[in-house]
Design a protein around this ligand. Sequence first.
Ligand code: 1GP
Length: 247
Amino acid sequence: MISQLINKSISNHKKLFALLIDPDRHTSESLVNLIRNADQSGVDLILVGGSLLNNDIHKSIELIKSNTDIPALLFPGSLMQITDKADGILLLSLISGRNPDLLIGNHVIASSHIKRSKLEVLPTGYILIEGGKSTSVEYMSNTKPIPAGKTDIAIATAMAGEMLGLKYIYLEAGSGATTSININMIKGVKENINIPLIVGGGIKTPEQVRDVILAGADIIVVGTAIEQKPELLNELVKVSREDFSSI
Ligand code: 1GP
């Protein structure tokens, strides 16, 4: 179970590195190369999704599953991205926004399908934070991100998500964000919740990976930087393997 892997890692002070794959950015060949790279680099989780998806997500997941044992989690940008070929799904409720479809509406529509699929469900409070530019997720979700400096709002939103029973909080600056989530916001959220914290959006360098982990992220998500520079993957994963037992 993916939730057990996450919980066990957290109790062992181990951080998890998640690679985000947008199947639309790949041919079958480049996808297989990326998966081999992920395998060799020691990536812990693969998230699959995108704001728009034209490629066949079933086939992309099948290709991923046939080339690695790394758990594959759906990170759906829409209802059309749900497939039982994956191991699990980050069931995202966009709690920073006020779009009822993304808070609960789509979940109602998808619930029977997800139950039948036997996908492991990871209920996640998804919090969108301004990342220095307008991102696809902001446009497609028709929601306003929390301003980058409003740590108090991010904390209150994360706490509300936990109180509602969500099991993970994801602080998201948006794919390709110019600025990743600021360190004070990560620290503030981490200090006020008792569920695993996922952080992603705009993380590009080993230093950023280290800083985000030191601030309190349990799971780091990186996508764009690896699309642009696949050779960076090994180095970024390595940083997440450093000894963080003192935090
Ligand atoms: C986006 O948080 C993820 O949903 C990853 O963002 O593509 O900027 O790494 P990047």
